[in-house]
Structures are given as structure tokens and as C-alpha cells.
Design a protein around this ligand. Structure first.
Ligand SMILES: NC(=O)c1ccc[n+]([C@@H]2O[C@H](COP(=O)([O-])OP(=O)(O)OC[C@H]3O[C@@H](n4cnc5c(N)ncnc54)[C@H](O)[C@@H]3O)[C@@H](O)[C@H]2O)c1
Length: 376
């Protein structure tokens, strides 16, 4: 059987270079996953950076190399395109790939940097009948699926609250006082927060309102990190989420503490644990949480392979991905909801937002270059 022909746009870390990291599970990149899946082959690569492009060609045995993605889309008869460029280009490249007739797209997260862009992407892939998969890769994680299965089976009672955080440091938004933000995507709430928000909808369903607090942190002379965001998200299901996405930490942490009426599941990059209610060994007439082994999933799937297999399945069946554009846009709605609420000094904002332009830009335009400014 002929293989699906894949082209990769943006030949950086997540496209292929992360395979050099010996500590990670492999494959952990787009190129690695296309190589691992029998039904796909990489036939073309594109990057504006010539060194990266050359290295990509050498490492993955790809000869058709382009500096201009439009030329690549024109000259190669691609079935699947991966978009592994920076977030500010995801919309324009997704739209071009769909309009070029590509059957499936795997686009990196975040879906886009504004809801206007995300709306256009979704409208275009629907019009062009293209299957769009956003690489929120926990959607293909066996552990996250097991956690959701346990919740659906009532193992922790009725879902009430999710305390979620993504914490990091050292790579917040680099912001020159004299210029616009270099990359909005580098805010912790956008960069890693999009994964966190996506997992909130995975467990709690559709959000309906948000409240946010954003803090601008001074990082270094001439450079600012507007990198502390706290939010409360309410879901149609009645579930609440409390979210922190912040820099300023000397470590990386990503976790969701999922609390039900009769138990709790902790899941994250390092965490996987479960507690259920039990009679207290300390106080008569009380119930407490007692740790129970987290049941092992039937199989452990590779999450990057999961994304490629998903796009193939979507192309073959015409069905939408578990990580489609609409799902990813919900994550962006929550991120923008937190920023929009912060812009309105902590007002409760309805989701979907009526304001489709980015409130981050408005915050910058309203207050000018930040000077240890706080927003509440
Ligand atoms: N899903 C994940 O776990 C995960 C992990 C890392 C990065 N990402 C996302 O992947 C994207 C890329 O991140 P990265 O860390 O690989 O960045 P990177 O800087 O290592 O790679 C991006 C590459 O895209 C190229 N590029 C930029 N604009 C281009 C254009 N118009 N045409 C062709 N090439 C272009 C750059 O030259 C660069 O080589 C980001 O959106 C990031 O958020 C996702």
C-alpha cells in the first residue's frame, strides 16, 4: 500500500531535534513519529533557517527541502502537513495548507495567538474538508485516558474541582521596552497553559466563564516577563478549576489535582496517584482520603505516534480528531478569558468571548511598556 506523504514546516526542536534528548521517551517529535508509523513517510521539509533545513534533510533522509512553505505546498503532492513553526504563523500556514488541498494537518499548539486567527483556521479547514489535529499530545496519553475513564466510572464520586498548574522559569516572554512583545506565545499561560487548559476540557467539558489575574514581573534590565497568571474557570458541568500558569520557578511542573466528592486523582508530568474516601484512622465519625494504587492502563501508547495515527484515522474515516480545532480553540478561549478578565480588572467574562482580538495586545497598548505594573 502506498504510504501517506508527509511534509514538515518548521524544522526545529519539536519537528525533529528533540530526538537528540536521550532522557525523553521516543519518538518525541513529528519526524520521529512519521518514521515510526508504517503508513507514513516524510517526503519534504521546510524552514526559513538554512542550517536547520540542511540538518533536517541529513538526519531524516529528506531531499525535497524548501525555504518557502508556499512553494513546498505547490510543488509537493502532500497528504499530511505538520506545522511546527512558532505560534504566530500557525494560522497563516494552516490556511494555506488546507487551501492547497492537503487532507490532514498536524499543527503545533497553541492553535493560534488570537481567537480571530483560530476562527479563520476552523472555518477554512471546514470549507476545504481538511482534518485538523492540534498537537495537545496528552490527548493520546494512556494515563490521561485512564484517569478520565476512572472519573466517568464514578471512582472519585462526582467531579467538583480541578486545581491545575504549569510552572516554569527562565523562558518567559522576552520583552524589549522599545518594541512590541517578541513572541506572545512565550507567556507561560499561552505556551504551557494551552496544554493545561486542554486537559481541563478533556476532564470537565465546555467552559462557560472565567476570572483572571495577571501580574507583570520584572525580570532584568530592559526585559520584562509578564508571566504570572491566575484564573478561575467554570464549566457547564458545574465543575470549577483553579489555574496557575507562572514563570519565576527554578523547575518545571505541570499537574492537575482532580477532586471529586469521594476521591481525588493527581496527574501530571511527574505525578500519577489516586485517593478514595475511607474511614478515618484518627477521628471517630470522620472520613478521610486514603491512597489507592492508580490502575495501570491496558497499554502505554506513544503520544506522538498517537497524533499521527489519529490524523490517518481522520483522513480515512472523515471523522474529527479527538484534538481537533474546536477543542483547541476552547483552550485558547480560556487563556484569552483569563487575560480579558485581568484587562477588565478581574471581571467575570463569559466564554466563548465576544472580544475575538487578543486582550494581551490591548493590555500592552493600554498600559504601554510594563514597569512592574500589576493588573487585577
Ligand atoms: N507539543 C509539544 O509538546 C511542543 C513541544 C515543543 C514545542 N511546541 C510548539 O511547537 C512550535 C515550535 O516550537 P520549537 O520549540 O520546535 O521551536 P523552534 O524554534 O526550535 O523551531 C521552529 C522552527 O520554525 C522555523 N520557522 C519559523 N517560521 C517559519 C516559516 N514561516 N516557515 C518555515 N519555517 C519557519 C524556525 O526557523 C525554526 O527552525 C511552537 O508553537 C511550540 O509551542 C510544542
Amino acid at each position: 500500500m502506498a504510504k501517506y506523504k508527509a511534509g514538515i514546516i518548521g524544522c526545529g526542536r519539536v519537528a525533529g531535534l528533540l530526538e537528540h534528548d536521550k532522557l525523553r521517551g521516543h519518538p518525541c517529535t513529528h519526524a520521529g513519529a512519521y518514521t515510526a508509523v508504517d503508513k507514513t513517510e516524510i517526503v519534504a521539509g521546510c524552514d526559513i533557517n538554512e542550517d536547520r533545513l540542511r540538518q533536517f534533510g541529513e538526519e531524516w533522509g529528506v531531499n525535497a527541502l524548501y525555504k518557502d512553505y508556499r512553494k513546498m505546498l505547490e510543488q509537493e503532492d502532500l497528504d499530511i502537513v505538520s506545522i511546527a513553526t512558532w505560534g504566530d504563523t500557525h494560522a497563516e500556514i494552516t490556511i494555506a495548507a488546507a487551501e492547497a488541498g492537503v487532507a490532514g494537518i498536524i499543527c503545533e499548539k497553541p492553535i493560534a495567538l488570537s481567537l480571530i486567527e483560530a476562527d479563520k483556521m476552523i472555518e477554512t479547514v471546514e470549507r476545504c474538508n481538511t482534518r485538523l489535529v492540534i498537537n495537545h499530545e496528552r490527548r493520546w496519553s494512556s494515563n490521561y485516558h485512564k484517569a478520565r475513564e476512572l472519573i466517568e466510572e464514578g471512582e472519585i464520586g462526582e467531579l467538583k474541582l480541578i486545581n491545575a498548574n504549569t510552572l516554569g522559569g527562565g523562558y518567559g516572554c522576552v520583552w524589549n521596552r522599545d518594541s512590541s512583545p517578541v513572541m506572545l506565545e512565550d507567556y507561560t499561560l499561552v505556551r504551557d497553559g494551552t496544554h493545561l487548559m486542554d486537559m481541563l476540557t478533556f476532564f470537565a467539558g465546555e467552559p462557560d466563564w472565567a476570572v483572571g489575574f495577571v501580574e507583570m514581573e520584572r525580570w532584568d534590565e530592559g526585559v520584562f516577563v509578564p508571566d504570572v497568571a491566575h484564573g478561575i474557570i467554570h464549566f457547564e458541568s458545574g465543575v470549577m478549576a483553579s489555574v496557575e500558569a507562572s514563570g519565576g520557578r527554578g523547575y518545571f511542573n505541570f499537574e492537575l489535582d482532580i477532586q471529586g466528592t469521594r476521591g481525588r486523582i493527581l496527574i501530571g508530568n511527574e505525578a500519577l496517584a489516586m485517593w478514595k474516601t475511607d474511614v478515618s484512622p484518627r477521628y471517630e465519625g470522620f472520613w478521610e482520603l486514603a491512597e489507592r494504587p492508580f490502575p495501570a492502563p491496558e497499554e502505554q501508547r506513544n503520544i506522538f505516534v498517537g497524533g499521527v495515527e489519529d490524523v490517518i484515522k481522520c483522513i480515512e474515516t472523515g471523522k474529527e480528531s479527538i484534538s481537533n480545532g474546536n477543542e483547541a480553540r476552547l483552550a485558547l478561549e480560556m487563556i484569552m478569558g483569563i487575560y480579558e478578565s485581568a484587562r477588565q480588572c478581574g471581571a467575570k467574562v463569559e466564554i466563548p468571548l465576544t472580544v475575538r482580538s487578543s486582550p494581551i495586545k490591548t493590555i500592552v497598548n493600554t498600559f504601554g511598556p510594563p514597569k512592574e505594573t500589576r493588573f487585577l
